[in-house]
Design a protein around this ligand. Structure first.
Ligand code: PLP
Length: 373
């Protein structure tokens, strides 16, 4: 029986051929494919300016430059996210301020967010975990009331909507990831959706050594930019992927619905909320660990014996050693800690067959019924 990983990219032959075209063209780093990819992404995000980089982490780093984050500035976010979300704040000299999640959505608790605002708060970074969008109405009402910038970490939510409007097509800054595991990929890559042409111009400088090139062939450097540019090889993959993103997400939705239909409530799994607005980046039940006589690593090992790959996204970030050394400890964010300790990511990717979902459910049935106390 084939091993079923928890995710796998779908890259079509036209895309692979176009990568070959780029490699043969004589221009393989940032060039016409990047420009075409950015134009296509701008169309996708409602005409807003979009610039691409070599990771979403880089997009977040540049976003913090664009809002001119200063040492000691506070940025509020969630502990249940990929640690990139807070690492970038620390590397920019800011202070991440964590608040607990809403146990139902598993996204940042917006009441807790509002309560954590101080005179030092400059920005908030909402994360659409697993693709489920944070309540944008409430979020932007809070941001307006306290005059905060919003950097949406939409790494997982490309194609998700809030009340029918595509995430990234409205709001403040919005970061997207094209990492191999995301809903579309450039192998590695990311993008930032911005508000206006001036932000995009500043972004371009931060992206590549602070350089501005003038029509007469001269150049200047007026800020210490970094090296974040995406290659044309990667952009060619992105252009090929973007053609399929809506179909990919539609297929994910069908597969997620099949999980809801087939998972036996007797297994005691705490399922994610149903949603028509999620892009179903991940399908993540919580294990009923207090009712099981096996740990999560043992559960994962047993699923592997059934040929099923299980992911963990994520252990809460405040309990990693670097963050513990900053003073974070167990018990500070109980809802996030419970989710982080018991979450599992089931296989979900566009090329999966319906029968693959059935296989996962059958394996879950076998492993969990045997392990229930
Ligand atoms: C994947 C991810 C990132 C980082 O994306 P990269 O492109 O790997 O840098 C940041 N935040 C979240 C929530 C992610 O899932």
């Amino acid at each position: 029986m084939d091993f079923l990983p928890f995710t796998r990219p779908s890259i079509d032959e036209d895309t692979i051929a176009d990568v070959g075209n780029v490699l043969r063209s004589g221009w393989i780093t940032s060039g016409p494919k990047v420009a075409a990819f950015e134009a296509a992404l701008s169309d996708y995000f409602g005409g807003r300016p979009v610039r691409v980089v070599n990771s979403a982490t880089g997009a977040l780093e540049i976003a913090l430059r664009l809002i001119d984050l200063r040492p000691g500035d506070e940025v509020i976010t969630t502990p249940l996210t990929w640690v990139a979300t807070t690492n970038v704040v620390i590397n920019a000299g800011g202070k991440p301020v964590l608040v607990d999640i809403d146990p139902v959505t598993r996204n940042i608790d917006l009441d807790a967010l509002e309560a954590a605002i101080t005179s030092r708060t400059r920005a908030v970074i909402p994360v659409d975990l697993a693709g489920l969008p944070v309540d944008r109405d409430r979020l932007y009402a809070i941001a307006a009331k306290y005059n905060l910038r919003v950097i949406e970490d939409a790494a997982q939510s490309q194609g998700s909507t809030w009340q029918g409007r595509r995430i990234g097509s409205f709001g403040d800054l919005c970061s997207i990831s094209f990492h191999a595991n995301k809903n579309m990929t450039t192998t590695e890559g990311g993008a930032l959706v911005m508000n206006n042409a001036e932000e995009a111009r500043q972004f371009e400088k931060w992206r590549l050594q602070g350089v501005t090139r003038f029509p007469d062939g001269t150049m200047d450097v007026d800020l210490p930019g970094g090296k974040y540019n995406l290659t044309d090889v990667a952009a060619a993959i992105g252009l090929g992927q973007l053609k399929h993103i809506d179909a990919f997400n539609a297929r994910r939705k069908v597969l997620a619905q099949r999980y809801f239909d087939l998972l036996d409530p007797a297994l005691g799994l705490d399922l994610p909320p149903t949603s028509d607005e999620s892009n179903w980046h991940m399908f993540q039940p919580l294990l009923p660990l207090d009712r099981l006589n096996i740990s999560r690593p043992e559960f994962i090992a047993r699923m592997k014996e059934h040929g099923i790959g299980i992911g963990v996204h994520y252990p809460v970030l405040h309990l990693f050693s670097y963050y513990r050394a900053l003073g974070y400890k167990e018990g500070m964010y109980p809802h996030a800690e419970r989710a982080g300790a018991s979450t599992i990511t089931l296989p979900l990717f566009p090329a999966m067959q319906d029968s693959d979902v059935d296989r996962v459910c059958a394996a879950l049935q076998a492993v969990l019924l045997q392990a229930l106390k």
